[in-house]
Design a binder for this molecule. Structure first.
Ligand code: ADP
Length: 376
């Protein structure tokens, strides 16, 4: 199928009138899963506007192929202004066809140099505490002695800057890469920090996927043991594409105990299954409430649903986080509870969750240290 797509691309004349995009090595790896094809074109920043309609034309052609129900072509804009090694001044040699090891469909993900493992924190719907969990899980992993990064991929409602109290814009290193910000010992990047005209990246609404790719590949993350990705909530196409594009070692699903949220959480499980990403487990957030004056515990939403659900679905239950003023206040003040009250009970809960996540990662780790470049 990839060869057929490349065949189509070879026959299409780019808007700048130059040779076809395959010959010029502008095409990324082509990812195909579930009848959906995704790839990106890397073009000079100045030409991005002109290439946008071309991407739509490519999609229209590719979707005509038997077996392809949807095609998504994203533009990745290269900054070229005299940067040494910029792609248009020194085109890389055409990609060699690599031998294709036996592999289940769905995961075509070159790893990110310098990042050992990437995990996603996802939820079936918004407002369940996904970002709060992602931040405190990242801090919990750091407290276990790992070097940890946090990537806020929630393009629609990026909250990591608020949760970590980040205000500065990330700086660019030589116009080519971005230096992540640091907070509480984490390296952090957020789509929310990038949406500014002065940014060294081209960033536009329709370019969500290429923005994500840039945040993964053009940020100086490494060396990191774990990068935690705060996914956009929900299980729609955008989330599926992200889950498919990011070379994920595993996913954590955050749910509240309400049944409705659990139904949504099940959709999250199904989504990661589709793209062959192991689900490391479910976190039940806002699980119960302990009255500060009496110490009495109230299971406001009915308690234990997520644990039972996890058991039924055969995924690990990672832990329950109470609904707690201290968690909300510290989050919203940019002082996440694991960092601001490391000796308190909530930090312990998150560290425990982090330890379970880490255990799950070790279990699902490939036995060989060979580069994880895989093909469908
Ligand atoms: P999501 O990423 O799922 O949209 P957030 O992490 O932004 O959710 O959380 C939504 C709101 O709920 C925030 O104000 C946050 O501080 C609060 N919150 C999250 N988890 C808890 C908790 N365990 N206890 C109290 N408040 C919480």
């Amino acid at each position: 199928m990839k060869a057929r797509i490349l065949g189509i691309l070879r026959q299409m004349t780019p808007p700048d009138g130059g040779p076809d995009v395959v010959t010029r090595s502008l095409v990324s790896d082509i990812f195909i899963a579930d009848g959906k094809a995704f790839f990106s074109l890397t073009v000079p920043a100045a030409a991005a506007e002109r290439f946008e309609p071309f991407c739509r034309q490519i999609e229209a052609e590719v979707v005509k192929l038997d077996g392809i129900s949807k095609a998504m072509v994203a533009l990745t804009a290269e900054k070229t202004a005299g940067a040494p090694g910029a792609r248009n001044s020194a085109p890389p040699p055409p990609r060699q066809p690599a031998p294709a090891p036996a592999r289940q469909p769905g995961s075509v993900k070159p790893g990110i140099p310098g990042i050992e493992r990437i995990i996603a924190v996802a939820s079936g719907k918004g407002g369940v505490g996904k970002s709060t969990t992602a931040v405190n899980l990242a801090l919990g992993l750091a407290a276990l002695g790992l070097s940890v990064g946090l990537l806020d991929a929630d393009v629609y409602g990026p909250s990591v800057p608020r949760l970590l109290g980040l205000k500065d814009k990330p700086k660019s290193a030589g116009g080519r890469t971005i230096i992540p910000l640091e907070a509480f010992g984490l390296k952090a990047m957020s789509m929310g920090l990038m949406v500014d005209e002065d940014t060294p990246m081209i960033w536009r609404g329709p370019m969500v996927m290429s923005a994500l790719t840039q945040m993964l590949r053009e940020v100086e993350w490494g060396p990191l043991d774990v990068l935690v990705v705060d996914m956009p909530p929900g299980t729609g196409d955008a989330q599926l594409t992200m889950a498919q594009q990011v070379p994920l070692a595993g996913a954590v699903i955050v749910s509240t105990p309400q049944d409705l949220a659990l139904i949504d959480a099940r959709k999250g499980l199904a989504m990661f299954k589709k793209v062959d990403v192991p689900v490391l487990g479910i976190v039940e957030n806002m699980s119960y409430f302990v009255a500060p004056d009496t110490g009495k515990r109230y299971d406001i939403f009915g308690h234990g649903g997520a644990r039972a659900e996890a058991e039924r679905l055969g995924v690990p239950f990672l832990g329950e986080v109470p609904i707690e003023m201290a968690i909300r206040e510290s989050s919203d003040a940019g002082r996440p509870v694991v960092a601001s009250e490391p000796d308190g009970p909530h930090a312990a809960v998150y560290r425990d969750i982090a330890a379970k996540v880490l255990g799950g990662l070790e279990d699902s780790r490939p036995k060989s240290d060979a580069p994880r470049i895989v093909f469908e």
